[in-house]
Every structure is written in structure tokens, then in C-alpha cells.
Ligand binder design. Structure first.
Ligand code: ADP
Ligand code: ZN
Ligand code: ZN
Length: 802
């Protein structure tokens, strides 16, 4: 066993396989799979992951491994398997797939420190090296020829641990601790010896003499109402010892959470949880789709399933959308499971995230709650994986590796023989279709808790408003209802899609939208040449001067930004206090939470925002939700536009009247007759599913067909077109005749940062050779790609069609 198979940190086609290296004697037996190593690669030394340890190689004259970066593996055996599978499935490099599973901090430069965890002596050789100290540098350990395998043994026995000290101050938090020096002094005696007037110092010594262990300096000073200058002489004389200790940054203060206990389940919840329990108890992997309206008690079902898993000594992963990782959601998990919960949230600092990750790695917690990347939590005994709001597109990573957390969850669920629960009030068509076919098991919660009803939804036809002479963005109804709320001191949530991004053309008179006749998506307006283009299939036409439907000349492109709405709102209701939440106002860390807290504390009457206010929020005093322009979502150039509209309207409506006060929802639209608007206002998911499935079938979209999106970008437009053209032709030539290949077509965002973007889209049912063909194409363009001019991105499960 002296050869290691290593994937090196060079993300390129030529290096996307394992390289064999010789394991020098000093690492033999202690180097394990899943550790990172430093290896010579050409003239450089680079990082790599050890995938396998073996004793044969096809090559002779192997180079030696230079150094070992980890003392214990950072990736478990299962995660290594997962990484390989993920790289192949998403057509990304192995190295990217392994890197994405690790916290940021482990990608930075750091040095390792060994820390003694026991008061008893260490094994003889280790004790010699430690020489009575609590901490030593790992470098010192190796330079004194410490044995790696005896160190690993000590780590397993829990008497030593490895700390990563990162070379950046934000990542390690240290705290000054004070302890009594009982070994050298009898403190009671020393108190007597102190001068009479040193009462404060006597007080400190007295206190420290009775302390069982070290105490934080800040706590000590606070408790005794004294200062560092009083303390200092005691340290100088050696009675007390001060030292720095690395502490877990704890972004979630445990004391803040009131503990909750399981609620007696309703009949519907009971019926839903039983099959999940059966799957846990029988160790049988199964995927459940928990379809439950907002407020139907899904979260309670998650919590109690997790309890069962914990009772069996196993672990749980819970994914929630980034945006829902609000304190409200975290509270519910911390409230039930307390310090058993690690929270992985992108708003945490790198260091905080790393600490949470280490709690998982060290098995100090049982539950990992987090956004997308929490799916890689390095648990080894998983009993359940839950994905809440499974329809959220943020579960798909839009960068290499382009994985979907749902696929990863199911892969891990199989490895651990445990259930995967997908929960949503508005499941994706893909998931619901699978549940209908019996691939997933459907569990339904059709009733809200406490017999609460969903708030009534009113549709306002903006064409009528225009005809009645109202040219503002607020309908008369919405205005009146807002005024009524302001008078009653109730609160309002106003929702606007996106930040002024819009590309479609609509007639304000009759609501007609210019659509592609072949693809059933809105045509994209190109201002430069006044043309409308379909970015799926290349169809194009001239921008019409009059509406082809009603001959009105009020046909134009559509869009308003949140900032404009805020200004209009201030004119309309000068007495209303507005909080605007969009990408601009929430860019700074903590801003999101701060704005929401202000709204919760009633420092504003109106919360105006984009997507980010749509979900997870629960304010008792909100009795009116307004959707300003349902159409801007409905006409995104995306075949999922209707589905997204349905999801969003349903979710936004769920924000109103969740408590005692009844709620009301007003949706403004130019196309109130559209099925997704109609059915969302009636909360009829099933009917929406049926309607939408028909369209997907007719126009060959998922879930009936698979899609591949290849996007090419380059600073030179002619070059982009040429490459995309070639790719399109190659795909046409090598795929079966059943596949439809569309392109080359300009992407809806045709130019980003001076790079032109064109795309090729493939619709297919079964093309086993597709990956190979694409790989060949990528290899062919490798030199251009490496020069960083040409970019070819391949998405085998596209969600973002921009
Ligand atoms: P969902 O996750 O489906 O939106 P929640 O789990 O948030 O629904 O439940 C809505 C409300 O009902 C919450 O306040 C929750 O505490 C309460 N609830 C859930 N289950 C029960 C139950 N079995 N008995 C009483 N109240 C419950
Ligand atoms: Zn018209
Ligand atoms: Zn088209």
C-alpha cells in the first residue's frame, strides 16, 4: 500500500483524472483516502485529494508525495463516491466536485496546531514532544519526527485535536481566559499576604480560588466589577495565568431559544409521518413528496421525524432556501433540538461557517440546517434528509459543478438507506409528476392548522384601470385598501418581481403579449434593432407599432424597478412609512435581518420588495399583500414562467392573515384570465398541474423531455456565433433524430461584461451518448478556453434560462 491515487487541483480536461504518486515511508499507514496532499506537478507543487491507496500502478518512476495537509480525512468515503458521481453527472471536473463539498476556510492558507484535550498524560512519545504544553504547532510535531499514526490514534481517542489556524484574522476567534495557578501557589495563603488595602485583588483571588476551571477574562471582570489593570499585577506575580483559547464563534446564542416540545399531531400529520417513520425504522431508502399548503404543519412533521432519527443515534440534514434561513426558521430547529443543531448559512462569516462545519465533522451535533451546500454535511450515519420548499431554484448551483441539491440528497439517501423528504406547497412539476407515477411517495396535508383559511385573493384587471383613466401603478382598489390599513395601524407587504429587469412587450390596452409561435415563451425585445427575438429557437420579427390583437398603439415593453415604485408610493401615501428590500438595500451583511426586524417592530407600515420578501416571513400584523405586476413574472423568457408565477403568487398570499387578523391579497395584472393567475388565486395546485403539463407536453419541455443548455461566450461576436454554430451542427449530427437541437440563438442577456453570449438548446428523451459528445467538443476547444477568451458552459438541468 504505497501508492496514492490523487486528483490534482488543476481544473482542465487534460488533468481530469487520477495521478499516481509514491507514498514516502514517513506517511505510510497514516495517509488515508479523503485527505489532501501536496504533490509535485510539472514545475509546481499543488494540492490534491487522495481518492485511493493501492499497491500497484501502471506507471513506474512515480514522484513522491511532498506533504500531507490533513491529519484526518476532510472527505468521508461516501463523499468521495458522491464527488465522482457528481462530476460525471454534471460534466464538471473532479477537483471542482470535491472542492464544493468543503467549507471556504479549508481552501485558504492555514497552519495546523495540535491541542491537548486531556489533563492526564499523553502516550510517552507524544508527551515528550508536547513537553507539558497545551498547544504545539503541527510543523514542530513533524520536524521532531512525531509519528502520524500515533497522532491519529490520539485524535481518535479524543485526547488531542487539530485546529486550523487560518492566516486571516477573521477566521479564528480567540478569547482571553484566566485560570488560577494552583500548581505553584496556595491562593488562600497568598490572599493573606496581600497588603490590606488591596481589597479588589483579594476579591479576585478569592473568586478564582473557588473557580473549578478557567473563566473568560471578560466574564471575570464583569462579574466582579473590576478592570484589567487590577487583574494585571496578579498575573505578573504568577498567581493567575492568562492564555488565549480558540472558541467556536457562536452566531446563534443558545440561551435565546425557548425550548419547544413535540405537539400532538393532527390526523393528517399522523398519516403523513407514519410512512416516513416506517422508512426510518426499516432502513429503507424512499423519496417522499410532502405536499402541504402553507401553514399546514409540514415543519412539525419534519421536527418529529428528526426526533425519531436522533433517538436512533443517527443524524439529519435539513435544507431550507437561503432566504428562509431567517431567525424565525432557525428558531424552530434550535428551539426543538438546541445545541444539537449546526446552522450553515451564507450570511455567516467564513470562520463561523467553518466552526459549524467542524461541529458536524466532529459529530458534536445531530442536525445540520442550511442552504444548498449543507447537503454535503460530513455526517456518516444519516437517518433522514429533508428539503423544505423543494421547488426553490436556489437548490440548483449555477456554477461548476452545476448540481441540484435534490439529486445529491437522493444519492446520499440511497447510500445511507434513509428517507428523503421533499416538502412544498407548490412542488415542481418534475417532482409532482414523479409522485403521480409512484417514483416518489406522495404525502398530503390539505388543511391549514386551526382550520385557518387561506386569505381571499382579488384579481385586479389593470386594463380596466387604464381605461378608467388611472395611469399609475396602483389600482384604485389597492390604494383604498392600503389607506384603510394605514388607518387601522395594520401592515402591508407589496411585492414586485425583480429589479427593473424586463424584456417583453405587452399591449396595455388588451394585455396581449408577443410570444414565440413555436416555443410558447415571451419574445425578447432588442432595443438596438427594434426587433423581437425568441431566445430558444431563433424566431424573430419586427417590433410592432400597433397591437396585432386590438390595434391599439399602447403596445410597449414593460418594467418598473422597486425604487420607482417607492417614489410613487411616497407620493400616493405620504404618511405611510416604507421599507424597501431588494438587492440594493440588502447588499450589506445583516441588512436583510435588520430591515425585517424594523418591519416586525412596526417601524414601518409598508414592506416593499422583490422575491426575497415572498417566503418564510411571518408577521402577525400584516393584513394586506399586494402584487403590483404579476405579468412581469409571467412573461419572463423562460418555459417555467407560469410555474414560477403560480408558486410565487401562492407563497406571497401565504404571507397575509396568518394570525388572528384576517388577511387579504390583491394581485394586479393585465392578464387576469391566465390559468396560472386564476388557479393561484383559487389555491388549486392540482388543476394548475394538469393545465401546465399539457403545455409542457405540446412544446416538449420537462418533465416530458430533458433539456440541455449550452451557452458560449466570447468578447468577439463573430467568434461566438461561429463556435455556437459548430456546436449546434455537431450535436445535430451525433444525436439521434429524436432530439431537437435549437440554435445558435442569442441569450436573453446577450452581452454581459463585454462578452457576447449565444446558446444552443437541446430537447431530448434519451441520448446516452450526449455526455461523451459534449466532452469531445469541450476538449476540442480546450486551448481557446484556457486562454480565458472562450467560455462554454454546459447545463444538463437548466433552471436559469437567461
Ligand atoms: P408549514 O411548515 O406547513 O407552513 P407549520 O409547521 O409552520 O406549517 O405550522 C403552522 C403553525 O401551526 C405553526 O405555528 C405550528 O406551530 C402550528 N402547528 C403545527 N402542527 C401543529 C399541531 N399538531 N398542533 C398544533 N399546532 C400545530
Ligand atoms: Zn392590444
Ligand atoms: Zn421560439
Amino acid at each position: 500500500m504505497n501508492i496514492a491515487r490523487v486528483v490534482v487541483d488543476v481544473p482542465a480536461s487534460q488533468t481530469n483524472h487520477v495521478f499516481d504518486y509514491q507514498i514516502p515511508n514517513r506517511f505510510k499507514g497514516s495517509l488515508k483516502k479523503g485527505m489532501r496532499v501536496i504533490v509535485p506537478f510539472g514545475p509546481r507543487k499543488i494540492m490534491g485529494f487522495v481518492l485511493e491507496i493501492t499497491d500497484e500502478s501502471e506507471f513506474n518512476k512515480l514522484k513522491n508525495i511532498d506533504d500531507v495537509m490533513d491529519v484526518t480525512p476532510v472527505l468521508t468515503e461516501e463523499l468521495l463516491t458522491l464527488g465522482k458521481w457528481m462530476a460525471e453527472k454534471t460534466l464538471s471536473f473532479y477537483i471542482s466536485a470535491f472542492q464544493v463539498m468543503l467549507p471556504q476556510v479549508l481552501k485558504a492558507k492555514y497552519h495546523k496546531q495540535l491541542q491537548r484535550l486531556t489533563e492526564e498524560g499523553l502516550p510517552e512519545r507524544l508527551e515528550q514532544i508536547f513537553a507539558g504544553r497545551d498547544n504545539i504547532d503541527y510543523e514542530e510535531f513533524t520536524s521532531r519526527n512525531g509519528s502520524l499514526s500515533s497522532l491519529q490514534q490520539a485524535i481518535n481517542d479524543g485526547i488531542i485535536e487539530v485546529n486550523y489556524l487560518v492566516h486571516s484574522k477573521e477566521t479564528v476567534k480567540k478569547m482571553t481566559m484566566i485560570k488560577a495557578n494552583h500548581e505553584s501557589f496556595d491562593l488562600d495563603e497568598e490572599i493573606e499576604n496581600l497588603p490590606k488595602q488591596a481589597t479588589k485583588q483579594k476579591h479576585i483571588l478569592h473568586f478564582m480560588a473557588s473557580q473549578p476551571g478557567p473563566i473568560k477574562q471578560s466574564d471575570l471582570l464583569a462579574q466582579l466589577g473590576t478592570s484589567r489593570s487590577t487583574l494585571k499585577p496578579l498575573i505578573d506575580r504568577g498567581f493567575l495565568i492568562d492564555f488565549k483559547q480558540e472558541v467556536y464563534r457562536n452566531p446563534y446564542d443558545e440561551r435565546r431559544f425557548t425550548r419547544t416540545s413535540p405537539l400532538p399531531l393532527t390526523n393528517q400529520q399522523q398519516a403523513a409521518i407514519e410512512p416516513i417513520h416506517a422508512s426510518i425504522n426499516q432502513r429503507q431508502h424512499e423519496v417522499f413528496l410532502l405536499h402541504g399548503v402553507t401553514g399546514s404543519g409540514k415543519t412539525e412533521v419534519y421536527l418529529q421525524s428528526i426526533q425519531t432519527v436522533i433517538d436512533q443515534g443517527k443524524e439529519a440534514i435539513v435544507l431550507v432556501p437561503e432566504i428562509a434561513l431567517t431567525p424565525q426558521m432557525v428558531d424552530r430547529f434550535k428551539g426543538r433540538f438546541g445545541s444539537e443543531v449546526a446552522v450553515l448559512h451564507s450570511a455567516l462569516s467564513k470562520g463561523e461557517k467553518f466552526d459549524e462545519w467542524r461541529k458536524i465533522q466532529r459529530k458534536q451535533v445531530k442536525v445540520a440546517v442550511g442552504a444548498r451546500s449543507a447537503i454535503f454535511a460530513p455526517f456518516e450515519n444519516i437517518g433522514i434528509i429533508i428539503i423544505d420548499e423543494e421547488h426553490e431554484t436556489s437548490y440548483k448551483q449555477e456554477d461548476h459543478p452545476r448540481y441540484h441539491a435534490r439529486d445529491v440528497a437522493i444519492f446520499r439517501g440511497r447510500q445511507h438507506d434513509c428517507p428523503v423528504v421533499l416538502g412544498s406547497a407548490t412542488p415542481t412539476l418534475e417532482s409532482f409528476a414523479r409522485a403521480k407515477k409512484g417514483v416518489y411517495q406522495l404525502l398530503t396535508l390539505s388543511e391549514r392548522m386551526n382550520n385557518a383559511t387561506m386569505p381571499a385573493v382579488k384579481l385586479v384587471d389593470m386594463r380596466d384601470e387604464l381605461h378608467a383613466g388611472n395611469r399609475t401603478m396602483f389600482s384604485t382598489q389597492l390604494k383604498e385598501q392600503m389607506e384603510a390599513r394605514l388607518q387601522r395601524n395594520e401592515q402591508i407587504v407589496l411585492f414586485l418581481n425583480r429589479r427593473g429587469y424586463s424584456t417583453f412587450v405587452m399591449c396595455r390596452d388588451c394585455g396581449h403579449v408577443m410570444n414565440c409561435p413555436h416555443c410558447d415563451i415571451a419574445l425578447t425585445y432588442h432595443r438596438r434593432n427594434e426587433r423581437l427575438k425568441c431566445h430558444y429557437c431563433s424566431y424573430e420579427e419586427k417590433m410592432p407599432m400597433i397591437c396585432p390583437e386590438c390595434e391599439s398603439d399602447m403596445i410597449r415593453y414593460f418594467g418598473t424597478g422597486t425604487q420607482k415604485v417607492e417614489e410613487a408610493l411616497q407620493q400616493l401615501l405620504p404618511e405611510g412609512r416604507v421599507i424597501r428590500m431588494d438587492v440594493d438595500t440588502t447588499r450589506r451583511k445583516g441588512a436583510h435581518e435588520k430591515l425585517l426586524n424594523q418591519f416586525a417592530n412596526k417601524q414601518a407600515d409598508i414592506l416593499l420588495g422583490t422575491q426575497m420578501i415572498a417566503k418564510g416571513l411571518d408577521f402577525a400584523n400584516v393584513t394586506l399583500v399586494g402584487v403590483l405586476a404579476a405579468d412581469s413574472l409571467l412573461n419572463l423568457p423562460d418555459f417555467r414562467a407560469a410555474e414560477k408565477t403560480f408558486q410565487l403568487l401562492t407563497q406571497v398570499s401565504g404571507r397575509a392573515g396568518r394570525h388572528q387578523l384576517p388577511g387579504e391579497v390583491i394581485i394586479q395584472t393585465y392578464t387576469p384570465e391566465h390559468y396560472s393567475v386564476q388557479l393561484a388565486s383559487q389555491y388549486d395546485y392540482e388543476a394548475f398541474f394538469q393545465e401546465e403539463m399539457k403545455i409542457r407536453k405540446t412544446f416538449q419541455y420537462p418533465p416530458y423531455f430533458f433539456l440541455t443548455l449550452i451557452t458560449v461566450s466570447h468578447p468577439n461576436q463573430a467568434k461566438v456565433i461561429e463556435v455556437t454554430q459548430t456546436i449546434t451542427q455537431l450535436m445535430l449530427k451525433y444525436l439521434s433524430t429524436q432530439a431537437t437541437v435549437l440554435g445558435p440563438t442569442p441569450s436573453p442577456l446577450t452581452r454581459i461584461k463585454d462578452r457576447y453570449r449565444y446558446q444552443c438548446m437541446i430537447k431530448y428523451k434519451n441520448e446516452p451518448n450526449q455526455r461523451k459528445i459534449i466532452q469531445k467538443i469541450l476538449a476540442h476547444y480546450q486551448t481557446d478556453i484556457q486562454k480565458n477568451e472562450l467560455l462554454i458552459s454546459v447545463d444538463l438541468q437548466p433552471y436559469q434560462l437567461m
